[in-house]
Design a protein around this ligand. Structure first.
Ligand code: SF4
Ligand code: SF4
Length: 277
C-alpha cells in the first residue's frame, strides 16, 4: 500500500496536489479499437479518456521515444508517460513496443495506460514488465442490459459479440483486469462516462463493483453527445457534481480531470489546450 501511496502522490491524475508538481505526456501510438461505444465516432481521440473534437497525430514507437526526449527537455516536471489512444491502446501492438522502448531509456518515469479493459487481464504481466504502474479502465456499465445500450459490438479473439453478450464479455474482462492489476500492485482508476437516461441511475452499482474489484479512484466524465448518441442531452449543470458526491463514500472521486488529448503534454493544471470540466 505504501508503494501505491507513493505512486499516487506522484501521478497528476490520481492526486490533485501532484498535478501542481508533476506533468504527464501522452504518446499517440494506438489508432485501432476493438469495441464500439455509441458515443464514439472514431473521427477523434478515444472519447473514454480524451478530449473530443481534436485528432492527435499518430507516432511510431521510435518517434514516440524522440518525443519523450524532446518533451522532457522542455518540461522536466513530466513524471508520467501514458498511452491513451487515439483508439484502445491494447488493440495496438505499437503500445507494448513503445512502452518497452521508453522504459528501457527512462526507467524512473511512471508508465501509465488507459484502456477499455477488454484485453487487460492477458496483457498485465507484459505491461508490468514494461514499467506500467498505473492503469485506467473505462467502465460505463456492469449490467449487461445497461451495457447493451452503450456498446454496439465487442470484437474478441476473432468473434464479434453484440448486445448483452458483448457487454457481459466486456465487464467480465474489465473486472478480471481491475482485480489482477490491483493485486499486482498497480494503481487503478476507473473512468465512467455519465450518459443521462442510460447509465446515470446505474453508476452507484458501477462504483460498488469496481471498488470491490480493487479500483482506487473513479472519474465520472460527462457525455459529449456524438455518434449514435448525438441526439442525447449532455448531463445538466450540477449532475456530475451530485453524482460524484453520491459515489464518494464508495470510492474516491477524481475532480480535476481535463479530458486530455491522446497527445497531451505538460502540466495538467497550467494553461494548455485541454478542456476542463
Ligand atoms: Fe471509441 Fe475509445 Fe470506445 Fe474505442 S474504446 S469505441 S476508441 S470511445
Ligand atoms: Fe488525467 Fe483526465 Fe488527462 Fe487522463 S484525461 S491524463 S485522467 S487529466
Amino acid at each position: 500500500m505504501n508503494e501505491i501511496n507513493q505512486l499516487v502522490g506522484e501521478h497528476p491524475c490520481f492526486h490533485k496536489a501532484a498535478a501542481h508538481w508533476f506533468g504527464r505526456l501522452h504518446l499517440p501510438v494506438a489508432p485501432d479499437c476493438n469495441i464500439k461505444c455509441h458515443y464514439c465516432t472514431r473521427l477523434y481521440d478515444c472519447a473514454n479518456e480524451n478530449r473530443p473534437g481534436v485528432t492527435s497525430r499518430l507516432m511510431s514507437p521510435k518517434e514516440a521515444l524522440q518525443h519523450v526526449r524532446r518533451s522532457l527537455a522542455k518540461e522536466p516536471r513530466i513524471r508520467v508517460i501514458g498511452i491513451a489512444g487515439p483508439g484502445d491502446p491494447l488493440a495496438n501492438r505499437a503500445t507494448l513496443v513503445t512502452l518497452r522502448l521508453v522504459h528501457a531509456h527512462f526507467p524512473d518515469l511512471i508508465k501509465c495506460l488507459s484502456t477499455n479493459g477488454l484485453l487487460l487481464p492477458e496483457n498485465l504481466p507484459a505491461l508490468k514488465s514494461a514499467g506500467v504502474r498505473a492503469v485506467t479502465v473505462t467502465v460505463n456499465a456492469v449490467s449487461p442490459a445497461v451495457g447493451a445500450r452503450i456498446y454496439g459490438h465487442v470484437f474478441y479473439r476473432g468473434r464479434v459479440y453484440r448486445g448483452a453478450a458483448g457487454a457481459e464479455l466486456l465487464w467480465r474482462a474489465q473486472y478480471a483486469g481491475i482485480r489482477l492489476a490491483a493485486a499486482m500492485g498497480l494503481a487503478v482508476k476507473v473512468n465512467s462516462v455519465l450518459i443521462p437516461g442510460v447509465n446515470d441511475g446505474h453508476l452507484l452499482q458501477v462504483a460498488r463493483s469496481v471498488r470491490a474489484a480493487g479500483a482506487h479512484l473513479m472519474n465520472v466524465i460527462p457525455l459529449i453527445p456524438r455518434g449514435a448518441f448525438a441526439a442525447l442531452q449532455p448531463p445538466p449543470p450540477g449532475q456530475v457534481a451530485r453524482i460524484r458526491q453520491k459515489l464518494a463514500p464508495v470510492i474516491a472521486q477524481m475532480t480535476h480531470c481535463r479530458r486530455c488529448r491522446a497527445d497531451a503534454a505538460g502540466m495538467l493544471l497550467e494553461g494548455g489546450t485541454d478542456a476542463a470540466f
